[in-house]
Design a protein around this ligand. Structure first.
Ligand SMILES: [Zn+2]
Length: 130
């Protein structure tokens, strides 16, 4: 028995974790969307004759930038979670997307949505964060 293969119970456990995470992310993204709509409504209905002070505007701009960054991160994770669930369906879960080697059980247990082995992931991150 090799340590690079998931047992059935580990796979079931990871699938449950991924499903749960997917729901969580969908709810978070939904909340962000509602939030954004509320802000847009408040802005259009709001005091058109009394624009907020520059400080208020800067604050709300910073808040929306933080929200956008969080939403983008949630969305990226959702894409990875969905991809992981799909790969569980077709049996390629646990294989690195780039090199096809095993991602490694400990890595999958720590991060069920991991699609790449550590070597390929760090290569990818080195490229992205240059
Ligand atoms: Zn790899």
């Amino acid at each position: 028995m090799t340590t690079s293969t998931l047992t059935d119970s580990q796979r079931q456990q990871l699938r449950a974790q991924l499903e749960q995470r997917k729901e969580q992310l969908l709810q978070q993204l939904d909340a962000v969307q509602r939030d954004t709509l509320d802000v847009a409504k408040a802005t259009s209905q709001g005091d058109a004759e009394e624009p907020g002070s520059p400080r208020d505007q800067a604050n709300s701009m910073a808040a929306s930038m933080v929200r956008d960054a969080e939403a983008a991160r949630d969305h990226a994770e959702l894409v990875a979670v969905r991809a992981a669930l799909e790969r569980m369906g077709d049996g390629s879960y646990g294989e690195c997307l780039d090199c096809g080697k095993s991602v490694g059980v400990p890595r999958l247990l720590a991060q069920p949505s991991a699609l790449r082995c550590i070597a390929c992931q760090s290569k990818l991150e080195a490229r992205g964060h240059r």
